[in-house]
Design a protein around this ligand. Structure first.
Ligand code: SAH
Length: 231
């Protein structure tokens, strides 16, 4: 079955966005995945087509109405795709969750706007809240595009060279080693000699050491205690 993303948004024109170019775009053209953007406003139920209202309890901004959003969600066939809500209060997105989503039939993604969405629709439709980081975007759309970018690139057949996904940062629990390419000398800086030695075992060893060193320096939180080493 082709992986299908359905995005609920007030700005359907933001999709497929950057996913319409390069590897993801070519895979989309080849039918290796599909995307559909649903306009939440089409499910408004008053003559002004309103989708938001003032927050109960007062305060700044507006809140997406639960009834309108629920109707939009209910218009989508109830299949086994996970239903996400992009939200800064959600569980931080991880490569593990990305891999799980990519292994499934697709995903339904709700993009919030304004101050967010009414809590009751999150509960009533059992939405999984997902965050892409500890900062506030103006809407869920760039977060949805980010999540889909990470997912689509690992759908089988999408990346030209399937092997290139194997050694990436996080896939092995570590940050990736540094990369080099020609020219051999750039502004007086040389490529580490081991990389041009042709000794594959030594190269592999060097890369593993560099990955561990970088992870210790930058992201010790990724390491099991036994590998944290001395600071
Ligand atoms: N008032 C909210 C922020 C609303 S931002 C709060 O303080 O928690 C508007 C919308 O942008 C959100 O509903 C969500 O869909 C999206 N958004 C903002 N930051 C995000 C993030 N870090 N990750 C995922 N979605 C985010």
């Amino acid at each position: 079955m082709t992986f299908k993303a359905t995005v609920l948004t007030l700005y359907p024109e933001m999709f497929p966005g950057h996913l319409g170019v390069s590897l993801a775009g070519r895979a989309l053209e080849r039918g290796q995945w599909a995307i559909e953007a649903v306009q939440i406003r089409d499910f408004a139920n008053d003559k002004h087509r309103s989708v938001d209202d003032t927050p109960a309890g007062g305060g700044a901004g507006m809140v997406l109405k639960p009834d309108v959003l629920a109707s939009a969600i209910d218009s989508i066939a109830d299949d086994n795709r996970p239903r996400l809500l992009m939200s800064p209060r959600g569980k931080p997105l991880s490569q593990k969750r990305v891999r799980e989503i990519a292994a499934g039939d697709g995903v339904v993604i709700v993009c919030g706007r304004f101050e967010g969405v009414d809590q009751r629709v999150i509960e009533a439709r059992n939405l999984e809240e997902v965050s892409i980081g500890d900062y506030i975007l103006s809407g869920g759309e760039p977060a949805a595009l980010t999540l889909l970018d990470a997912v689509v690139r690992i759908i089988p057949g999408v990346m030209g060279n399937d092997l290139s996904g194997l050694h990436e940062s996080f896939e092995g629990g570590l940050l990736e080693h540094p990369h080099y390419t020609r020219p051999p000398v750039f502004e007086g800086r040389e490529i580490p000699a081991v990389l041009t030695s042709g000794n594959h075992a030594a190269i592999e060893k060097w890369r593993n050491e560099q990955a561990l060193k970088l992870t210790r320096e930058r992201r010790p939180d990724l390491l099991p205690d036994s590998q944290k080493g001395e600071k």
